[in-house]
Design a protein around this ligand. Structure first.
Ligand code: HKS
Ligand code: ZN
Ligand code: ZN
Length: 305
């Protein structure tokens, strides 16, 4: 299985347009050791030709230009992206659908009922796409047992589960969480049995997750914040990381401690916020991740399982 990181940053990217924190300012001025990142998305293939896009980042056009296999050039209009799986309805994971509106072939969209509801009500994006390419929407089962396949992306199968989280700020049920607002997905390459766990938004590792995560050869999880109070401490937000669905890396119950339970798997953080000290390659926080065998995703990273 080929996993390509199209974008590794959280919403807003890195540097974030309106931010002058130590990281963003330092990146612009070249005074820190770090590289820019676009908003989080991966694409995955089981044959190297047909790709499934996980989330549609607002940066998707640049991301496609930067990864040649997504334009195989077989016809006057063509794409290597055969289908799109949405793990939630957040702006940073769905707005790229507007950028993918051209063409006569309907977009194949895989999402839960909750995500479909948000994207046809509070945010009308899936309705609006009806005036352009149109969509074929497919339900994603979230019972953790029912696997699904995407016919146009051969040799892969998927198992999805609901994660504890909040619906986006614009959602009619923002303060009333439902299963399916956010999902994690176990991606399996059928021919090899190799597996990758993908959950860029992960507020808590609930008991139903380890049985799936422990099967994975590679675990890609939420790397948004280093501490639970990162945004509060910087005066940027009043909510904790956990309360907005992002388990921080450090501290008790943090991602470092939790990932340590999954022995041999490759561990990769993705959806990293611009404020996170792990973005600085020479930071003490990055060194601590390295000690625990945890990698930090970057734009263009290839993972071959
Ligand atoms: C910044 C942002 C922080 C950020 C927060 C979240 C908030 C929101 C919600 C997130 C993200 C980036 N970049 N989605 O100001 O530094 O309340 O549901 O998902 O990508 S969580
Ligand atoms: Zn986000
Ligand atoms: Zn910043």
């Amino acid at each position: 299985m080929h996993i390509h990181v199209l974008g590794a940053a959280a919403g807003g990217g890195f540097p974030q347009w309106n931010c002058n924190c130590f990281n963003c300012d330092g990146l612009r001025k070249g005074t820190i050791k770090a590289s820019k990142r676009t908003q989080s998305s991966i694409c995955v293939s089981g044959d190297g030709v047909n790709w499934v896009l996980f989330n549609a980042s607002p940066d998707v056009l640049q991301q496609i230009q930067d990864f040649a296999p997504l334009q195989p050039g077989r016809n006057i209009r063509d794409s290597g992206i055969q289908a799109i799986v949405l793990i939630d309805a957040q702006i940073d994971h769905t707005t790229g659908l507007f950028m993918l509106r051209e063409g006569k072939v309907k977009r194949e969209i895989y999402c839960t009922d909750m995500v479909y509801e948000d994207l046809t009500s509070g945010n009308q994006i899936l309705n609006i796409l009806g005036y352009y390419c149109g969509i074929n929407r497919h339900d994603v089962p979230i019972d953790g047992n029912t696997t699904f396949e995407i016919p146009s992306v051969p040799n892969l199968k998927f198992t999805a589960v609901a994660l504890k989280s909040a619906a986006p700020p614009y959602s009619p049920h923002r303060n009333d969480p439902h299963p399916g607002d956010t999902i994690g997905v176990l991606i399996e390459e059928i021919s090899t049995g190799r597996k990758c766990w993908y959950s860029p938004g992960l507020g808590e590792i609930e008991p139903h997750l380890p049985p799936l995560m422990c099967q994975a050869d590679c675990i890609m999880v939420d790397g948004t914040f280093w501490t639970n109070t990162e945004m509060i401490d910087m005066g940027l937000m009043t909510k904790t990381a956990r309360s907005i669905g992002h388990n921080p890396q450090s501290g008790e119950g943090g991602m470092i401690e939790k990932l340590n339970e999954f022995g041999n798997a490759r561990k990769v953080l993705i959806h990293i916020n611009n404020t996170n000290p792990i973005l600085r390659e020479d930071s003490a926080e990055r060194a601590e991740l390295t000690r625990y065998g945890i990698e930090v995703a970057y734009d263009g990273m290839d993972i071959i399982l």
